[in-house]
Design a binder for this molecule. Sequence first.
Ligand code: AMP
Ligand code: MG
Length: 309
Amino acid sequence: MSFTFFTRDKSKTSVDYAAMADRIGDLESVLSATREDSAVARINQAQGQPVEVGDYAARLLAQALKLCEVTGGALDITAYPAVKAWGFTTEEHRVPSGEELAELADRIDYTAVRLEGNTVTLPAGMEIDLGAVAKGYAGDWLAQDTRNGGIHTTSALLDLGQSTIVGIGTKPDGSPWRIGVRDPEGEGYFGVVELADMAMGTSGGYQRFFEQDGVTYWHILDPDTAAPARSGLASVTVVAPSALTCDGLSTALFVMGLEKGAQFWRDHPELEFEAIFVTEEGGISCTAGLTDRFSLAGGYEDREVTVLK
Ligand code: AMP
Ligand code: MG
């Protein structure tokens, strides 16, 4: 992660770095699937027994489950056994058999997660993974900490890594932050999004994948099949006030594909998001609310952008 803060008066830096480090520590103690004492790890080891988690973890879980529900399960935090079976947690990649995938898909069902107060119950054999929303959570909390830090930090850029970014305020000169959107096919940026008090997140098959026998397998799975989501998309970028929305929805829209994703956008104005879709053929579509904030980058000016209405 890298955070950049601008202050007008160097002597009055009011960023509380210690508080931000504490916040990241708190998040890790909840989210880390590999740290044995994390809330997520304790839930995954419970074998059907109820687990008491802290307020913080309960809140995070409630928000993640809400996103699973609103996306009709395109986002599903119980995909973890499948993510592991493909080797994405250890980098020891393998292609599970059709039979194994059918069995894994049966075990993906976020509606089986019970959250009552601070008690989480997960059926034995199921495991959760907040990897699709973790950067977003972190972004929203850290943005709140930064904003609460006072008037000297109204200009900041929080880069959570792995394509999640929060622009707080504007650049010090009052102009919006300009953030590049990665070309899923190359190293460069095909477009630029202007952000002012906005977050942005991208999910794409190019971010984590492996190849076997000439086939590419990526880390975003379709909960219906437990296999990499092949919706015809190469990447989805979401722009919204909340980084959690950006992170969760970019993963979910990647699973849905262009047509269903565009309809989801039309159906959910309350989520206050806009999106840029790139298909595997390189077609670019953006939702109508982005037309004055999104432009093609140098070298990509001849590409056509379809505006979704
Ligand atoms: P992101 O990079 O935010 O798109 O999240 C992808 C990560 O979320 C993967 O590395 C998996 O750990 C996990 N994941 C994969 N597919 C899904 C899915 N359909 N719903 C929820 N989490 C998923
Ligand atoms: Mg995500």
